[in-house]
Design a protein around this ligand. Structure first.
Ligand SMILES: Cc1cc2nc3c(=O)[nH]c(=O)nc-3n(C[C@H](O)[C@H](O)[C@H](O)COP(=O)(O)O)c2cc1C
Length: 370
């Protein structure tokens, strides 16, 4: 039986336990993308609450179309890197580790201070409507299909952000290849209608993901943790499936490993959802079978399910989202045998900002104030 609360080594990083704070966008940076004092307080709170590893919210990577939300943090300049350094230091002082999640919004673009033109694999809008959690935009804009030069610029953005991440003291990098953002869009047959070397077959749709992993690996050197979060579904199309199914997903995992990724972080509605055409496995089971790559699992992990999932995925880390929002001290409460709260979505209304969470906590008189 895996003891989730015992210290462990993951991609050469020592962690106090196997619990990970899942990446969660809170749109609470300054308008210019610089992390704030309130963000530092919030990340420190999760570290004090016992999470062995924190993964930051999706953080944009270039001065073109990567930013997707107003008040999203970035990692493209000295000021932003300095803001993150202060956060990293507080998290380290509280005994946790922290990876930054690097993200390009692609077609899922609601606000951007550099451009009003989203860039994506093709001129295809996402399904459904933009998320009210992050902004007031009612309809998706039509993206411009990326030229080769746009693709090079995006790769260069990830590379430069990776350098700044290392300089800011982050313990590792997670690339956001899930939930319908740019890297995920290139993998998707809905978003990617290209007929060049970046579209068509899965090998072609994988090309950008491989190039980004390779560029980041090259930039940070061989010993620095780099991984990628992967899903099939997107925020507004949670049931999308790769037509290449289980074999295709395995091809993606092998490709990112061979390009230099140390771990894959799978996310789905439930860790064990059987999601793949032509197979019975979950995304996490596919990754588990591929040798030479670490695994973080995510989706619906609770105080009831975590032990079973940990036993099933030996060696994996367990990332917790909504239960962590409701219980920033999730891990400490498990250790103390205390009851855990359910997430009240009113905490994230009308938008998922830290200020709204603070106001909710003041109204509800909870002890875990930001
Ligand atoms: C408010 C909020 C913001 C989120 N932002 C991100 C994000 O920036 N990057 C990401 O990969 N996932 C993001 N997610 C998804 C979570 O990381 C996680 O995958 C999801 O909540 C499912 O896990 P859970 O069942 O433990 O909540 C977000 C989820 C929530 C609720």
């Amino acid at each position: 039986m895996t003891n989730v609360l015992e210290s462990t080594e993951f991609t050469s990083v020592n962690l106090a336990n196997r619990f990970v704070l899942a990446p969660m966008t809170r749109t609470s940076a300054e308008a210019d993308g610089t992390p704030t004092h309130l963000m530092a307080q919030q990340y420190e709170r999760y570290a004090r609450g016992g999470f062995g590893l924190l993964i930051t919210e999706g953080t944009y990577t270039d001065n073109q179309a990567s930013q997707g939300y107003a008040n999203q943090p970035g990692l493209i300049n000295f000021e932003q890197a300095n803001g993150w350094r202060a956060i990293v230091e507080r998290v380290h002082a509280a005994g946790s580790r922290i990876f930054v999640q690097l993200m390009h919004a692609g077609a899922q673009f609601q606000a951007n201070r550099f451009t009003s033109q989203p860039l994506a694999p093709s001129a295809v809008v996402p399904k459904g409507a933009p998320l009210g959690l992050y902004g007031d935009q009612k309809e998706w804009l039509t993206p411009k299909a990326m030229t080769e030069a746009d693709i090079r610029h995006a790769i260069e953005g990830f590379r430069q952000s990776a350098r700044l991440a290392r300089e800011a003291g982050f313990d590792g990098i997670e690339l956001h290849g899930a939930n319908g953002y740019l890297l995920n869009q290139f993998l998707s047959t809905h978003f990617n209608q290209r007929d060049d070397q970046y579209g068509g077959t899965l090998a072609n749709r994988l090309r950008l993901v491989e190039e980004v992993v390779r560029a980041v690996r090259e930039e940070v050197g061989p010993d620095y943790p780099v991984g990628i979060r992967l899903s099939q579904g997107t925020v507004t199309d949670p049931d999308y499936q790769l037509p290449e199914g289980q074999a295709g997903f395995e091809q993606i995992v092998v490709a990112v490993r061979d390009a230099g990724a140390d771990f894959v972080h799978t996310t789905d509605a439930e860790v064990n959802r059987q999601a793949l055409i032509g197979g019975n496995d979950s995304l996490a089971q596919v990754v588990q079978r591929v040798p030479g790559i670490g695994l973080i699992v995510n989706g619906g992990i609770t105080e009831q399910s975590y032990q079973e999932i940990a036993n099933q995925y030996q060696g994996a880390l367990l990332a917790v989202g909504k239960k962590a929002l409701a219980n920033p001290d999730f891990v400490q409460r498990l250790k103390d045998g205390k009851a855990l709260d359910e997430l009240d979505f009113a905490m994230l209304q009308p938008k998922a900002t830290l200020a709204n969470e603070q106001a909710w906590r003041a109204r509800n008189d909870t002890t875990a104030a930001v």
